[in-house]
Design a binder for this molecule. Structure first.
Ligand SMILES: NC(=O)c1ccc[n+]([C@@H]2O[C@H](COP(=O)([O-])OP(=O)(O)OC[C@H]3O[C@@H](n4cnc5c(N)ncnc54)[C@H](OP(=O)(O)O)[C@@H]3O)[C@@H](O)[C@H]2O)c1
Length: 265
């Protein structure tokens, strides 16, 4: 019942896609700070290697950067081969890499549909499929392996921005989480999703010119998310404390979904 047992992820090996910045970097940092070995991925080689170096040094830990584009099935297979060549088993997979696209309804382009759906939904499914053998190795009823899919409150509430493919994709991520959770629970692999609200990142920042004041004003908690908010939840889901939590979509949003429809002004 001690905290260090309940919430420990020490000695676990994790893969966080899109871990070079934003939410993925926050989760990778939380894992590394608490004794996990973490692989992070991104398309930009320089950035992912630099972030891995920073995290490794900051937390005296093993964070390994891998350059990888998982928007295609070929990229997904390549990444799982790299992981399989380095590791016999994987304890935690965080399907975090994502992209958004916003445009008015009449102008919304096919590329903005395909890019978002491919990365957020297709790649998430096929990377999970590819990594099942590695995730199955350490999985037991006492300590299941964990898959954490990063969805979004835009897949629950109507979105703030005109991101038609993104909100549909995130809704798909949430339901795919429940479907895969039911498929994999008997194999001792827990699948859950986190639906974040606003967190500082390139994706959200570029939509608001990196000025988060208005988003903070509209948030019931009065602020945007911090690394502690998202890493804490990911650590819970990956630890002994989260072993019996399966198929959930957990919001991490300062109350935006809970307060939807309430006038906060
Ligand atoms: N920030 C928020 O407020 C918020 C809210 C709700 C949900 N989310 C979700 O959280 C996740 C992370 O978002 P973020 O806000 O942290 O975004 P971000 O700052 O743009 O980071 C995205 C990460 O994914 C990587 N990436 C993008 N395309 C990729 C590809 N094709 N293959 C491999 N990696 C790729 C990026 O690196 P490269 O560009 O170098 O590839 C980067 O590491 C996403 O799933 C997003 O939908 C974010």
């Amino acid at each position: 019942m001690f905290l260090e047992n309940l919430f420990s992820i020490k000695g676990k090996t994790a893969l966080v896609t899109g871990g070079s910045r934003g939410i993925g970097e926050m989760i990778a940092s939380g894992f590394c700070a608490n004794g996990a070995k973490v692989y992070i991925t991104a398309r930009s080689k320089d950035t992912v290697l630099e972030t891995a170096k920073i995290i490794s040094n900051k937390y005296d830990s093993e964070c390994i950067g891998i350059q990888s584009d998982i928007s295609t099935l070929a990229g997904v297979k390549e990444l799982s081969k790299i992981i399989g060549d380095s590791e016999d088993q994987l304890d935690i997979l965080v399907n975090n890499a994502g992209a958004a696209w916003a445009a008015p309804l009449e102008d919304f382009p096919e590329v903005g549909w395909d890019k978002v759906m491919d990365l957020c939904v297709k790649s998430m499914f096929f990377l999970t499929q590819e990594l099942l053998p590695l995730l199955s190795k350490p999985a037991s009823s006492v300590d299941p392996s964990r898959i954490i899919n990063i969805g979004s409150i835009d897949g629950i509430n109507n979105p703030e921005f005109k991101n038609f493919s993104y909100s549909a994709a995130k809704s798909a991520v949430h339901h795919m989480t429940r479907v895969l959770a039911s498929e994999l629970v008997s194999r001792h692999i827990n699948v859950n999703a986190i639906a974040p609200g606003p967190f500082p990142s390139k994706m959200l920042g570029s939509a608001v010119e990196f000025d988060y004041k208005e988003l903070e004003r509209k948030n019931p908690r009065g602020r945007i998310g911090t690394p502690e908010d998202i890493a804490g939840l990911a650590i819970f889901l990956s630890s002994r404390a989260g072993a019996y939590t399966i198929g959930e979509v957990i919001t991490c949003d300062g109350g935006l979904v809970a307060a939807a429809g309430h006038d906060l002004s």
